[in-house]
Design a protein around this ligand. Sequence first.
Ligand code: SF4
Length: 195
Amino acid sequence: MSNKKIRPSRIIDGWTKVIKGEEQEFSANRMSVCDTCPSKKVGMCIECGCPLMAKTKVIEEYCPLNKWSDVKHFEEEGITLVNLSTDKGVLSISKDGFQFVYHPLVEDDDSLLTFKIVNESDKKWEKISLKATCSCTLAEGLPSKLKNEDDTDFTVKYDTTIIGAFHKSLKLRSNGELLCLIRISGVVKRKDGKL
Ligand code: SF4
């Protein structure tokens, strides 16, 4: 299971970025959410105890209340998913995992999504697989193992030669056990704008 406690190595990483003046877009977006949140008190998040100036700069960090739009945390299995393709759609959390909704697509559009996944559980994931039920949706780049507190990037792609609305589910498994679902959905229109 995940925990919401401060992770010193990440906060040091965040302060280093503050000192170096590394302005990142996601940091400003995250902080704008914190600025309207009642859990922000004198620059700290009272949910996790983190200094927000540093926390918001660490890409793997997540809001304990899942308020940040670019990253979501699935508490049940201790999984954090960062949307590195915010230009292509919106990530949200669901009761059994994650949901990504594409912005409107046109036939032959590049649908490649990149995510960062973090194993925040206390278990090492082994024999990892991420598969959809049909070949129109492909996931690539996940290693076969991911130890606790480790992260990696992977991609997901939908076949945009198929016109119409789609709703696909990818199952993330470790050692054959289901960790969560990653659902993707959207609409692909023809180049003439028709469905
Ligand atoms: S990290 Fe989340 S809970 Fe904490 S202050 Fe920011 S928006 Fe609120």
